[in-house]
Design a protein around this ligand. Sequence first.
Ligand SMILES: [Zn+2]
Length: 175
Amino acid sequence: MSELEILKYPNRQLTKPCPPVINIDGRLQGQIDQMFKTLYVSQGLGLAAPQVGCLQSFFIYDLGLQEKKTSHAHERIVVLNPEIVEMEGEEIADEGCLSIPGYFEKINRAYRVLMKGLDREGKEIRIEAEGLTARLFQHEIDHLKGVLMLSHLSRLKRDMFLRKFKKQKKQAALK
Ligand SMILES: [Zn+2]
């Protein structure tokens, strides 16, 4: 089983909203397994289906990859058709994205959320989370709506990002 290619900004696939998962079948399970492999290779915490070109509303995560910082054990979690049903508080913290490699910026997110969805077998799940995990849920669910973390930046910071991005692209083209 090989890993999948992670689409990078400004790939337009990343700005398309994803329809809900309808068929929970072998093909979906294979896609999920490949996504976990991709997540481990890239050392991210979470990965949304559209980031690997699969336009379906689900994401995966494993906070075990943050072992040194938290007490989470390795746990492969899949959430199909996720939806945030409650949120409260605010927290500004650094955020990054596998589709925007090397870029980290402070983003304001709700501090605590309650998310509902389905697990990989189609069973209903509800997960309450705060801090980093709540941030991850909001980030991944944004991906499923075709929204990148750049949308949460102030205009000034977004302009700075775009300038830096264009410059890097130009330099890469010269090589
Ligand atoms: Zn991301």
